[in-house]
Design a protein around this ligand. Structure first.
Ligand code: FES
Ligand code: FE2
Length: 342
């Protein structure tokens, strides 16, 4: 069971093109494409005739033609051509989903169509503000999306999973502060007066000691924005003055595909060297390498969880952020009609 009445990220804006794209979201099979004017279509991916996936077909102008007998639907799911040449019924034959492009992502509404409200699209302002630059990719990871939330809300794993890139011992030693409310959970960690790891010293263009921060913010349905950065020690970053520092927002949008698989849309927005497009590509490639290390861990965890139903996850102090996020998800699921809270 997945949270309903939320906008879920389908993919980065560049992923949806003219060629029909099949993507299952929250167990719903959907086909996505762009019309000639660039606007977006999301339809139930199932031909109303003999149930071939519509994504196996092709587009004719703004309509999708089934690849079996040619039944043709417009972007609202209304039939415009019947295989037998008869007059098509003037109503939708497949479900059409609310879909919006914003902040470099494409969002689909899962739930009651009448409730769809664009004001609820997550505010990823860093992806549209010209003072920032952003890029990233999508991975399909064979794990429950909640394992990804755990992973991103507890960054002590960097020391073991990513020791050669972003891990450092101070991660284990710096205290964390965890706060939460009805819809969000935030874990804050400051590492003060430390030698910055290579990624940060190279981008700060300084080898001086730094204050490094990681502020992980979970919001429903399953988004984790991580405010990360460094500033030279003594320049006031912990007190709120980041003018001598550099900031990145690690974007993590987890869209459940099924109970045990997830579309993981990740990226980084940054406020430094924003016209350096080579750096944008290098950061994306470095992030892909780092998240591939996570992928291996997450898929292996999921496999073991499926093999060992007799065992439960155990929570330590480092898991406080993930624990809070899971409580928020569970509470919200409990508010859905017909779902009992745990
Ligand atoms: S299955 Fe699609 S037209 Fe027949
Ligand atoms: Fe990681």
């Amino acid at each position: 069971m997945f949270l309903q009445n939320y906008w879920y990220a389908v993919g980065w804006d560049s992923e949806i093109q003219r060629k029909p794209l099949a993507r299952t979201i929250c167990n719903e099979q959907i086909v996505f494409y762009r019309k000639l004017d660039g606007s977006l279509v999301a339809l139930e991916d199932c031909c109303p005739h003999r149930m071939l996936a519509l994504s196996k077909g092709h587009l004719e102008k703004d309509d999708i033609v089934c690849g079996y007998h040619g039944l043709t639907l417009n972007g609202n799911g209304v039939c415009v051509h019947m295989p037998d040449g008869k007059n098509p019924p003037k109503k939708s034959l497949v479900k059409s989903y609310p879909i919006v492009e914003r902040h470099r992502f494409v969002w689909v509404w899962i739930g009651d169509v009448a409730e769809a409200n664009e004001a609820q699209i997550p505010d990823l302002t860093w992806c549209s503000d010209p003072k920032w630059v952003s890029d990233g990719q999508t991975f399909n990871i064979k794990c429950d999306y909640k394992l990804l939330v755990d992973n991103l809300m507890d960054l002590t794993h960097e020391n073991y999973v990513h020791p050669t890139s972003i891990g450092q011992q101070e991660l284990m030693e710096a205290p964390i502060d965890t706060i939460s409310d009805d819809k969000t959970a935030t874990v804050t960690r400051w590492m003060r007066d430390i030698v910055p790891p290579p990624f940060w010293s190279a981008n700060l263009k300084s080898d001086q000691n730094c204050d490094r921060w990681q502020i992980c913010n979970f919001s429903l349905p399953a988004n984790v924005m991580i405010d990360v950065g460094v500033a030279v020690t003594g320049t006031g970053a912990p007190e709120g003055d980041r003018s001598q520092g550099i900031t990145g927002i690690v974007l993590n949008l987890m869209t459940p595909e099924t109970e045990t698989t997830t579309w993981y849309h990740w990226g980084m927005a940054r406020d430094f060297d924003i016209t350096d497009h080579g750096l944008t590509g290098r950061i994306r490639d470095a992030q892909a390498a780092v998240f591939s290390e996570d992928e291996e861990v997450l898929e292996s965890q999921q496999q073991r969880i499926l093999e060992r139903p007799d065992r439960n996850l155990v929570n330590f102090a480092i898991d406080s952020g993930g624990v809070e996020a899971r409580k928020i998800i569970q509470r919200e699921l409990g508010r859905m009609p017909g779902v009992a809270a745990e």
